[in-house]
Structures are given as structure tokens and as C-alpha cells.
Write a protein that binds this ligand. Structure first.
Ligand SMILES: *Cc1c(COP(=O)(O)O)cnc(C)c1O
Length: 396
């Protein structure tokens, strides 16, 4: 071989290495399927689970390891694993910890795709899935069977916003664990972003986050994470991650990293604005109940006061029962600043009507439920928007 390679080869192989010592705030975005080994011995001795080294793009790059480490810090955990969406993170926990013959408990107000995943596990995978009253507290002890492996919690629950007594549920589960049963509490902690509820301090074993929401803050990326304080537990979840290939892209990871420095400022701004809008709604004759954990109408409000340090931008209201679905749909359609769409945690305010009566086993009342995500707009303008949309309620 001569020193001069063909242009075709030169386009692929280069000797150039940039100087070391570059410093800047952003985390570098690493793209890789193939990860290179120095020699065969290094390749043969590599352990894909070792986060001090690299094996394959799917098992992590400096970019994804950095986000994992930062999320573990924020949540107060020690181990973190990314997934391509919040829902994928939920599935990764289920796949890592459940097998046919096992039992899992889900709150009746669980994030709906988690309920759908539960239905699938029970129909096609021989796993028993049971739903419990989210306000059950220590009563969960009566539902735990010898084959119960996982108790999912969500604080507050999706759409209907009940705040569960997480410490009481954890205590009941850990009493069973102390007898040698393989059982854990997982929490979907998305609403609190790891800021307003310190899950591990309250006894939770596994925290799940939809980074799609506040961590990203941009309404432009889907990602999820699972966090634990237990290496062995994370190992089981990691096996599921490896076996199904739940990789995330470097570019998406960068977007989430870029959102982190401003997350608490955004969260606090969402919180303050949401309480202003919710207070205004509370005083309106059109509204029956305000389902915001910081308001007394919300089931579990006392628990929120005891265990949480903030609230974020998401809450629901139940309209007075005199309004039909047609009228409240017209209200939502009449909003101008509030857009209609799922997901939340971005800068723009959103509003979604839900047919809650068909979604919960013991829902009381017939008023229409509408969920608000209060964005970062001036709340004065948001209130004016709601006020003008209320006029559409009486239009015939
Ligand atoms: C959005 C959300 C998820 C799922 O996140 P995706 O990234 O959209 O899959 C899970 N749980 C809660 C509470 C959520 O709000």
C-alpha cells in the first residue's frame, strides 16, 4: 500500500484529531451506531452495562450518559436509563419486572396509555392487572397478593388529578417486601418534574419521567427516563432496555439537556400562572370544581400540602352541570391563545376536553371536564381569553 490513498478512501478515513481542551457549556452531541474499540481484547472484554465505557450506540454515548447522570441528580437517585418516550419508559419497567403469572396494580386514574398497556399485558401476556382507587393509601395492603410484583402510582393522577398518599402506599408495599416478596413501587413523577415531589425521600423505588414535558419544555421532543437508587433493580430494567432496543438519538438528548438549566424557572412560572388562572376560574359561576392539587376541591389536597413543594401548570376543571358537552366543546373551540392538543410542559397554553365519566369507575357528577395546561404567556391575557370563550357557552 502506498501512502497516497485514493480519494474515495480519503473521504472516509482521516488522521486528523482536533486539539484537546475545548471547553463550552453545551454537552457535545455524539452520533453513533458503531462504537470503536482500540483492539480485539478491548472489544472482547467490554461489558455493555458499564457506564464508564462504550459498547454500541444503543447502550449509550457521552451525550446520553450525561443526561442520565443529570436526571439521577435532579431526582435524588443513583441510576438512570433513557427511553424513546415516556410511555416506552413505562413499558421498560413492566418488561423488566413482570413475567406471565405475575400481578401488577395500577391506579384507576393512571395515564391512559399505561392503562392500555396494562390491558395488553393482561390479554396477551398472562399478567394479572388490577386497578385500585388512587386515594386508597395504606388500604393497598389488602390488595397485595403473593404474586404482586409492581404497584404503579401517579401523583397526581392524569386528568382527574387525585393526589395519592405515596408514603402510605410505599410503607404497605415495603412491609411485604420485608417478608421476602419481590415487589416494588413505581411512580410516574412527570407532573412534578422531579422538582415538586422528592419521590425517593417518600419511599418510591422506581421513578419514571416523561422528559417530553418539563425537561424538554419545547414541545418538540419525545423521551422518557427511569431512575432508581438500586443497582440490582436497574439491572433488571436495563435487560429489558437491551432486549427490545430502546435507544434514543443524540440530537433529541441534546434538546432535553438544553432545557434543564431553565426547567425550575419555567416550572415555577407555570405554577404561579396556573394558580392565578385556577383562582379566577374558581370564582366563576360557569365552573363547578377546580381540580388543582393546591385547591381544596381536589381530592388528596391535604396530601399535596403535606408532601409537595409546588404544582406546575396542569390542572382540570369540571363545568357546572347545566352545560352540555356541545356547549363546553364550543367553549374550547372559542379559545384563541389556548390551543387544542395532547402533551404539555411547553411554552404555549393548551386545553383538552375529556369524557371523564367513561374513564373512571366511580366518577361522581355529570359536569363536563376540561383540562388546562397553563403555558408561559401572561396569565392576564389567558384569563381574558377564557372570559371571551365563556360567552360562547350561552350562544345557541
Ligand atoms: C406525557 C405523559 C407520559 C408519556 O410521555 P410520552 O413521552 O408522551 O410517551 C406518561 N405519563 C404522564 C403522566 C404523561 O403526562
Amino acid at each position: 500500500m502506498t501512502d497516497r490513498k485514493s480519494i474515495q478512501t480519503t473521504l472516509i478515513h482521516s488522521e486528523y484529531v482536533p486539539p484537546a481542551g475545548f471547553g463550552a457549556f453545551p454537552t457535545a452531541i455524539h452520533h453513533a451506531s458503531t462504537v470503536l474499540f482500540k483492539n480485539v481484547a478491548a472489544m472482547r472484554s467490554r461489558n455493555w452495562q458499564d457506564k464508564n465505557a462504550y459498547t454500541y450506540g444503543l447502550h449509550g454515548t457521552p451525550t446520553t450518559f450525561t443526561l442520565e447522570a443529570r436526571l439521577a441528580e435532579i431526582e435524588g437517585g443513583t441510576h438512570c436509563l433513557l427511553a424513546p418516550s415516556g410511555l416506552a419508559a413505562i413499558a421498560m419497567v413492566d418488561l423488566g419486572l413482570l413475567k406471565s403469572g405475575d400481578d401488577v396494580l395500577l391506579p384507576d386514574n393512571v395515564y391512559n396509555p399505561n392503562r392500555e398497556l396494562g390491558r395488553w399485558l393482561s390479554q396477551d401476556f398472562g399478567i394479572s392487572v388490577r386497578f385500585y382507587d388512587p386515594l386508597i393509601g395504606s388500604g393497598i395492603a389488602d390488595l397485595i397478593q403473593s404474586n404482586t410484583r409492581l404497584v404503579w402510582t401517579e401523583a397526581p393522577g392524569s386528568v382527574s388529578m387525585e393526589v395519592p398518599d405515596i408514603p402510605a402506599i410505599c410503607t404497605a408495599v415495603h412491609e411485604r417486601k420485608a417478608t421476602g416478596q419481590d415487589i416494588h413501587v413505581a411512580l410516574d413523577n412527570t407532573w412534578s418534574a422531579g422538582i415538586a415531589f422528592k419521590a425517593f425521600d417518600h419511599g418510591v423505588d422506581i421513578v419514571m419521567q416523561a422528559l417530553t414535558k418539563y425537561q424538554s419544555g419545547g414541545s418538540d421532543v419525545l423521551m422518557g427516563a427511569v431512575i432508581t437508587r438500586d443497582r440490582e433493580l436497574m439491572h433488571r430494567i436495563e435487560m429489558a432496555h437491551m432486549r427490545v432496543g430502546f435507544g434514543v438519538s443524540g440530537d433529541d438528548t441534546y434538546l432535553v439537556l438544553r432545557g434543564l438549566p431553565t426547567m425550575k424557572l419555567r416550572f415555577d412560572a407555570h405554577d404561579a400562572a396556573a394558580r392565578k388562572v385556577a383562582s379566577w376560574l374558581k370564582a366563576r359561576p360557569e365552573i363547578g370544581r377546580v381540580l388543582h392539587p393546591a385547591f381544596e376541591d381536589c381530592p388528596g389536597h391535604a396530601i399535596w400540602k403535606r408532601d409537595f413543594t409546588g404544582a406546575g401548570g396542569l390542572f382540570s376543571v369540571v363545568f357546572d352541570e347545566r352545560y352540555s358537552e356541545e356547549q363546553t366543546d364550543r367553549f374550547v373551540d372559542s379559545l384563541k391563545l389556548f390551543k387544542i392538543g395532547f402533551s404539555w410542559g411547553g411554552a404555549a397554553s393548551l386545553c383538552v376536553p375529556y369524557r371523564i365519566q367513561g374513564m373512571r369507575r366511580n366518577w361522581q357528577g355529570s359536569g363536563q371536564l376540561v383540562r388546562f395546561n397553563i403555558g408561559l404567556e401572561d396569565p392576564v391575557d389567558l384569563i381574558a381569553d377564557i372570559e371571551q370563550a365563556f360567552e360562547s357557552l350561552s350562544r345557541s
